[in-house]
Design a protein around this ligand. Structure first.
Ligand SMILES: [Zn+2]
Length: 307
């Protein structure tokens, strides 16, 4: 968290607001998270108008009209707050700080101001997120340096491409492969768990043990859950738990059925009904690839041939 859907959902809402606006100020509240390319400083970006807002993996890229660009990564706890003149706020990424709080607060790392009184706050309670300023001609090389795998919501992301990416990681668990940004870009803990649950594949299965129909199912469920999550800005989480939507603005964000649902009855096993509602297996939390991982012991069994 934030993963591809949180970043892409915010990007799609933010882009129409900031495109064409000039950056009037770039305030750095935390020098440690600020990475200007050699020969640049915060002033360098000023007066550039936003030509495009793109995404690479979980990274956001703002290309400016003055030949410079800003690359931004929210890492595990970054939050973006876009303020427009009528004081409405658009919040994306991590749930904290809470949306109504006065900014800046102690977690504020950057403030980008645009003409027309539009502000973009970058908050991060964990201080892993970063902002980089670089000349636009260096953007492609900078992105390439991250060796991102294919983007799972790009039209060209086929089952065949996915199978090849997994085949190159046949000795690893499928959960680890999905978290590897060089395998596919943008997937993190939430959507790895959720797509594996929906494809009925245990996360600790070795990638090389998956048959063709399982890879097809995982591809389908991964793309599907991302497409469910993006328009609503991603899943609603508090810490490691899924929480119900609190208001209309969050409606549709409680779509998770496995990740963050420890102790809840597996909805698929309940629907199947042979054990009865009260006896259906509960979602449990285990650790795979070093991460808290949510599975249903009833419908994501580990085949006996797997370790
Ligand atoms: Zn189940």
């Amino acid at each position: 968290m934030p993963e591809l859907p949180e970043v892409e959902g915010f990007r799609r809402r933010m882009a129409p607001v900031v495109l064409g606006r000039r950056l009037t100020s770039l305030a750095v509240f935390d020098q440690k998270r600020w990475h200007p390319a050699e020969g640049t400083r915060a002033d360098t970006a000023i007066s550039g108008a936003v030509d495009s807002v793109d995404r690479a993996g979980k990274m956001l890229l703002f290309r400016l009209s003055n030949g410079f660009a800003l690359a931004m990564h929210l890492k595990i706890a970054g939050q973006l707050v876009l303020e427009v003149p009528d004081q409405t706020r658009l919040v994306g990424g991590h749930p904290y700080p809470r949306p109504g709080i006065e900014l800046p607060d102690p977690s504020t790392r950057f403030l980008l101001e645009f003409d027309g009184d539009v502000r973009l706050w970058f908050n991060d309670q964990r201080r892993f997120g970063w902002l980089r300023l670089l000349p636009s001609p260096e953007v492609d090389a900078f992105v390439a340096g991250h060796k991102y795998g294919p983007d799972p919501i790009a039209p060209g992301f086929s089952v065949e491409i996915f199978r090849d990416r997994l085949a190159a990681r046949s000795g690893r668990t499928v959960k680890a492969a999905l978290l590897d940004q060089t395998c596919v870009a943008g997937v993190g803990n939430i959507y790895a768990d959720e797509s594996l649950y929906r494809a009925r594949i245990h996360p600790s299965r070795l990638t090389g043990s998956l048959d063709r129909s399982e890879i097809t199912a995982l591809h389908r469920e991964l793309v599907h859950i991302l497409e469910v999550a993006i328009p609503v800005g991603g899943a609603l989480m508090r810490g490691n738990r899924k929480v119900p939507a609190e208001d209309e603005a969050d409606a549709g964000r409680d779509f998770l059925e496995a990740h963050g649902c420890a102790g809840e009855r597996c909805p698929r096993c309940v629907a199947r009904g042979d054990a009865g509602q009260d006896n259906a297996p509960q979602i449990i939390r285990i650790v795979v690839a070093g991460r808290g991982t949510y599975v249903c012991p009833g419908c994501q069994a580990i085949p006996s041939s797997s370790p």
